[in-house]
Design a protein around this ligand. Structure first.
Ligand code: PMP
Length: 423
């Protein structure tokens, strides 16, 4: 039998250190919300491949769709010889995204690429260069993705210089004393002190920050930001790479605010585990860049498109929007019960649908990233895949498949609670 230890030794010899691993257990197979390692040990999956598996590992409908497509057509490159699944998915995404206006879609491979292309299209459409993003944001590891990302370590350190014309404002976060008004005033201030509004192509925002700590921007903030964009002819890009596809109890998190953005970036749970991302935007804007100026060799591969169409059907058929809210309630009520039963290190329990988090603090009330790190390691050793995140690295986030049973979720929460008590 291959052991985790042998795998770790091979990994250390062969794979770049920067492409880090949270665990030293090596996955062999998975189904729905459970994973088994190479030694046959089982894990409950509260990480969902970092938000990729809202409908679980190997959903039978996705597997069937990919298998069926695999026997017909694997790759031509859409730009060489187009095919129906790409178009069917574009039609579907144009249909399910907010706003009844005409929309068009570009398919790519990663979240970072969707963000890159949103900025390209926004710049081409406005003839402007600048982009405003938010502190704590994560938008990917490409050059523009890093420039837009609002956290230096580990994402930006040593990799500059980054593309110019990127400005950051504080993200609204009531827990840390940044009100919606403070944040909006900071954006307005940027337009006074740093960049002429007539030079700003776009503002990019995660309606619920992912890597930044699972904080949701208040409705009034999103609406005011939209109004500010409209006032100055600035385009609004929402990055739903982590928050999309039923994670927050809506198909897209922006729907909580009623705001219609100009562009939505999506990836992760879009294709149930296959590699795919998309940029969906107003048709008039999306059509500005000329032929050949945007695209990708692998973007929108036939199998990824088939998987995405199946994923969207599963979300609709299995009522996963409602389920997302149930999962959120189940887990937040357990977090609160843990806190009340003496685990006073837990605070700031919150959820937008099934995008669930709490934060860990030390006895003086300071964020406790060490405890978060220890909890993640101990939970994994005890059979629960768990993730931390946040500007202070003290947030524990849950991205469990929405298809997981209550019993399995409770079992995972028991592991987390026991680990915290032992720590
Ligand atoms: N945007 C957000 C909000 C993300 O959470 C991520 C990935 N964590 C990305 C962009 C980048 O996606 P990818 O790793 O697929 O490039």
């Amino acid at each position: 039998m291959t052991t985790n230890k042998e795998m770790q030794a091979r990994r250390e010899n062969s794979v770049a250190r920067g492409a880090a691993n949270i665990t030293q257990f090596y996955a062999e197979k998975a189904v729905n919300a459970e994973v088994w390692d190479v030694e046959g040990k089982r894990y409950i999956d509260f990480a969902g491949g970092i938000g990729v598996l809202n409908i679980g590992h190997l959903h039978p409908k996705v597997v069937a769709a990919v298998e069926s497509q695999l026997h017909k057509l694997m790759h031509t490159c859409f730009h060489v010889m187009p095919y129906e699944p790409y178009i069917a998915l574009a039609e579907k995404l144009n249909d399910i995204t907010p706003g009844s206006h005409a929309k068009k879609t570009l398919l790519l491979n990663t979240g970072a690429e969707a963000v890159e292309n949103a900025v390209k299209v926004a710049r081409a459409a406005t003839g402007r260069s600048a982009v405003i993003a938010f502190n704590g944001a994560f938008h990917g590891r490409t050059m523009m993705g890093m420039a837009l990302t609002g956290k230096v370590v580990p994402y930006k350190q040593g990799f500059g210089p980054f593309p110019a014309e990127v400005f950051h404002a504080p993200y609204p976060n009531a827990y840390y004393g940044v009100s919606a008004e403070d944040s909006l005033n900071a954006v307005k201030n940027l337009l006074k002190t740093d960049v002429d509004p007539g030079r700003v192509a776009a503002i990019i925002i995660e309606p619920v920050q992912g890597e930044g700590g699972f904080y949701q921007a208040p409705t009034e903030f999103m609406q005011s930001l939209r109004a500010l964009c409209d006032e100055h002819g600035i385009l609004m890009i929402v990055d739903e790479v982590q928050s999309g596809f039923a994670r927050t109890g809506k198909m897209f998190a922006i729907e909580h605010s009623g705001v219609t953005p100009d562009f939505i970036c999506m990836a992760k749970s879009l294709a149930g585990g296959m590699t795919l991302s998309a940029l969906v935007g107003s048709a008039d804007l999306m059509d500005v860049p000329g032929p050949g100026s945007i695209g990708s060799t692998y973007g929108g591969s036939p199998m990824a498109c088939a998987a995405a169409l199946a994923t969207i059907e599963v979300i609709e058929e299995e009522g996963l929007l409602e389920r997302s809210n149930e999962v959120g309630q189940l887990i937040t009520s357990r977090f609160l019960a843990m806190k009340e039963s003496g685990l006073t290190c837990i605070d700031h329990v919150r959820a937008t649908g099934g995008m669930i988090a709490c934060e860990l603090f030390d006895e003086q009330g300071n964020p406790n990233p060490d405890l978060a790190k220890q909890l993640v390691a101990k939970a994994t050793a005890n059979g629960l895949l768990l993730l931390s995140c946040g500007t202070f690295a003290n947030t524990i986030r849950v991205l469990v498949p929405l298809t997981a049973s209550n019993a399995l979720i409770e079992e995972g929460l028991d592991i987390m609670e026991n680990c915290l008590r032992e720590l």
